[in-house]
Ligand binder design. Sequence first.
Ligand code: PLP
Length: 420
Amino acid sequence: MGYKVCSESTYKALLNEYSNYVDMNLNIDIRRGRPATEQLNLSGAMLKVKSSDFIAKGTNADIRNYGLPKGLPEARQLFADLLGYSVDNVMIGGNSSLNLMYDIVANSMLRGVLGGDRWLDSAKIKFLCPAPGYDRHFKICQDLGIEMITVKMNADGPDMDTIEELVSTDPDIKGMWCVPQYSNPTGITFSDEVVTRMANLKPCCNNFRIFWDNSYCIHHLYPNDQDHVMDIVAACKEAGNPHMVYTFMSTSKVTFAGSGVAVVAASPENIDFLAKQFDTETIGFDKINQKMHVDFLKDPENILKHMERHAKIMRPKFNVVLKALKSGIRSAKVASWSNPKGGYFISVDVMPGCAAKVVDMAAKAGVFFTNAGSTFPYGKDPLDSNIRIAPTAVSVKDLALAMKVFCVCANIAAYEKCAK
Ligand SMILES: Cc1ncc(COP(=O)(O)O)c(C=O)c1O
């Protein structure tokens, strides 16, 4: 006899509960990792910073004018200090790290990388995509015609055996996406072993690059239980691959999402090279915003304190989701989920073959989750199992209701799958 999620009478009660939710006309959106208004308010004072000193530190440059293509020196210093680099390793971009990533991918295709050919001169361009991963990374590849190769994501990072093999044998593989700390969506952090193996890759082409999107590097949920991923820039240097990696972060989830500042850190030679490439597309990023950030954020210690205030707002929301899953999911076969120490997401694997149905049923009840499949290249989850939950943007009350709907849908979908 096949597995049964619950008795038939319980299933009927679940259907009844679901139809009550449908009748409630809910509208709860937990699709994207957006900070809540309360979190944005934490940085409200930044907009009131009035600086009479418009001359960039150590220069004659007026920040209100063109110039300083690598960013405001004091902003470079602040983020270098935060990330443990020297100023030469750091360039400040505009309002979005995703924008920097897209531009660097596109520029690498069209104009090449430091010491390497332009990607378009290759017969094909391929990227390694550890999955589940960040849907917008995959969208960059898809929109630019880059073939994506899915790599299994383990609890300590992507499957390095596969990556080593592919990178050393396929010269069309030009890049790889990584979210190394509190990964989007699984919440895992790459182990030192994974980082070391990654830094020691032996690509068989001269233009392979790792896109190390460290978006959640300071986004811890708990003060005394934190992950810290190893420094890949230093590891690459030690491995004799100093230019193989670009790392990224931004203040989108520190100050204002979409109006923060974005940072790229890499070898000093890469930073010089990138600044030259960017010089064609901009005469300099927004230094006034950089200045406001420096004045508001002040120093690494202050930034970390600020992040603790974010965590205080976020923790109850993560707890609501975890509690709801624990009490609402009927068995380990119906769903398993991550218990992240940081980042913005909880990743749920529902019974294989059920994710699209769960997301669809929840949407019919007015609760919106990220599309099933979106955490995989081409939007296709081979198991139709992974669903990303982004708990931050809505209230605790709405989140609790949304999760009740989610659990009911997951239980129903699993029951019906087993009944087939
Ligand atoms: C892994 C990751 N990278 C980048 C971004 C977007 O960053 P930004 O706002 O700096 O473009 C997000 C937003 O959710 C993200 O999860």
